[in-house]
Design a protein around this ligand. Structure first.
Ligand SMILES: CCOC(=O)CCc1ccc(S(N)(=O)=O)cc1
Ligand SMILES: [Zn+2]
Length: 261
């Protein structure tokens, strides 16, 4: 009897058709953050965030998520302190979310999923000439992760939500010229931090993750608006942009530190 060739490669993630695990990867993301296993580090500084809202450029749908990109040609929107040795420049922020509210975040806390997760992506402009170079270096990137939970409507997020219909299809972009992303970051200073990777290709192990302990609240309509976006370009058969999160990766030989007791 002929054996049916196993055409479904179980190690390939449907969304990216890329390996789920990077061969030799020892610091992949996302991970589950087990609160009781995180280690309080009294030497962690407060994270200092200073964004200039006029550095905002545009919103676009890149086929994985929707991104708000910033002018990173100067040090006008930066973060410093926290676990970071250098100052890092804001390049873009984007989100990951689920088809339903039971899941959607990339990181989990004590195995709990949130319905969505915000990533603010910064690069080490002190040591590297541009983002593309920094992506390849162990201390090249710093990403702030913020969990979204179902609750009250978020007025700051609403200005983004109102722009989403204009970027419904992959590779569509609209100008977005003033936005202050610090309105999306909880005022509580508490965070976890660990050494990890990008969660979409090229999956490079170049990210210092800073995961805020407190979530922000958004309402059902705002989450539903995310789910009206498409993975597909105009004219292709429509596939709704949902479940754009990577599966959890092994912690391996890593410790998650907390900035709080
Ligand atoms: C130089 C090409 O590299 C890129 O464009 C990487 C973009 C990229 C930035 C951030 C993330 S995340 N989800 O880990 O915050 C994934 C991918
Ligand atoms: Zn991300």
């Amino acid at each position: 009897a002929c054996s049916r060739k196993n055409t479904r490669n179980a190690s390939l993630h449907p969304l990216w058709q890329s390996p789920l695990t990077i061969p030799g990867g020892t610091r992949q993301s996302p991970i589950n953050i087990q609160w009781r296993d995180s280690v309080y580090d009294p030497f962690l500084k407060p994270l200092k965030i200073s964004y200039d809202p006029t550095t905002c450029l545009h919103i676009w749908n890149n086929g994985y998520s929707f991104l708000v990109e910033f002018d990173d040609s100067t040090d006008r929107s930066i973060i410093v302190g926290g676990p970071l040795e250098n100052q890092y420049r804001l390049k873009q922020f984007h989100f990951h979310w689920g088809a339903i509210n039971d899941w959607g975040s990339e990181h989990t806390v004590d195995s709990k999923f949130y319905p969505a997760e915000l990533h603010l992506v910064h690069w080490n402009a002190v040591e590297y000439p541009n983002f593309e170079e920094a992506v390849m270096e162990g201390n090249g990137l710093a990403v702030i992760g913020v969990f979204l939970k179902l609750g009250a409507r978020h007025e700051g997020l609403q200005t983004l939500v109102d722009a989403l219909p204009a970027v419904r299809h992959k590779d569509t972009v609209i100008e977005f010229d003033v936005f202050d992303p610090s309105c999306l970051i909880p005022s509580c200073p508490d965070y976890w931090t660990y050494a990890g990777s990008l969660t979409t290709p090229p999956l490079t192990e170049s990210v210092t993750w800073i995961i805020k302990k407190k979530p922000i609240e958004v309402d059902e309509d705002q989450l539903e608006a995310f789910r009206t976006l498409l993975f597909t370009s105009d004219g292709e058969e429509e596939r709704r942009m949902v479940d754009n999160f990577r599966p959890l990766q092994p912690l391996m030989n890593r410790t998650v530190r907390s900035s709080f007791h």
